[in-house]
Design a protein around this ligand. Structure first.
Ligand code: G3P
Ligand code: MG
Length: 252
């Protein structure tokens, strides 16, 4: 499993279980677990009262069929919202989970977490701080008895705060296309890994990045042939929605 710059699992279930269960829910984590996944990516945002919850979109409507916004809703209301019915009737009533509940689940099941800090616009600093504090406490309590998580974010502000509030937790910088100054950005943030959209990537870019010994993670790879190609080029890891096609041992 261990590779230069990447001491983590190599195939992660995106948003918990990708296409097989409602994203960013405990039902998704259970689904991934049942399919053998011991490594997940999920998104975390703050409620109005600064409780971290799993959510991708800052505004309701896609996964939560109600008016409103995450950052304007207290956690006591958020956890009563239905985050499952949009996906399929059998998931009706599946709640929005708190990060605390998901940390407990992953600890109990030995699951590696790539925790994406996903601030609602304007909440970058506080989201980085609060999520990092939760994760730092989790690591302290786990005392090495659970896989060390990896924080990541598209927000440099959130990552900067995470470095201060959870200095012992590794951080990855999320980008779309790899920018020309990726090394300087990683250096500025003291981030250990680079997470990029796989679509604009080519073999030369992968090899140039890996020549620097940096961990390289790709999102979101849903085609078996493309996954094989990226691994052949030398990427370290990727997340996928298609956990029905790409198993946890695909990169073994
Ligand atoms: O962390 C990788 C990936 O999840 C980033 O994109 O929009 O699915 O959170 P998104
Ligand atoms: Mg994500």
């Amino acid at each position: 499993m261990s590779r230069t710059g990447w001491p983590y699992p190599r195939v992660l279930a995106h948003r918990g279980a990708g296409h097989l269960a409602p994203e960013n829910t405990l039902a998704a984590l259970r689904c991934g677990w049942q399919r053998g996944f011991r490594a997940v990516e999920f998104d975390v945002m703050l409620s109005a009262d600064e409780v971290p919850v799993l959510m991708h979109d800052p505004v309701f409507g896609r996964t939560v069929r109600a008016p409103g916004a995450v950052a304007a809703t207290p956690a006591s209301e958020l956890v009563r919202l239905d985050a499952g019915r949009w996906f399929a009737p059998e998931f009706a009533g599946e709640p929005v989970p708190t990060l605390a509940a998901v940390l407990d689940y992953c600890h109990a099941h030995g699951i590696f977490m790539n925790i994406e800090i996903k601030p609602a616009p304007g909440h970058e600093k506080r989201t980085g701080q609060v999520v990092a504090l939760h994760v730092a406490h989790y690591c302290e309590d786990a005392g090495g008895r659970a896989p060390a998580p990896l924080l990541s974010s598209f927000s440099a502000t959130a990552l900067t705060e995470a470095r201060v509030y959870a200095p012992g937790v590794a951080r990855g910088l999320l980008v779309g296309e790899v920018p020309h100054d990726w090394q300087a950005q990683l250096q500025d943030l003291q981030a250990q890994t680079l997470h990029c959209d796989h679509r604009p990537l080519d073999r030369g870019r992968v090899q140039a990045i890996k020549a620097h010994g940096v961990g390289l993670f790709c999102y979101t790879v849903n085609d078996v042939g493309r996954a094989r190609e990226l691994l052949d080029w030398g990427i370290d890891a990727f997340c996928t929605d298609r956990i029905d096609l790409i198993g946890p041992d695909f990169a073994a």
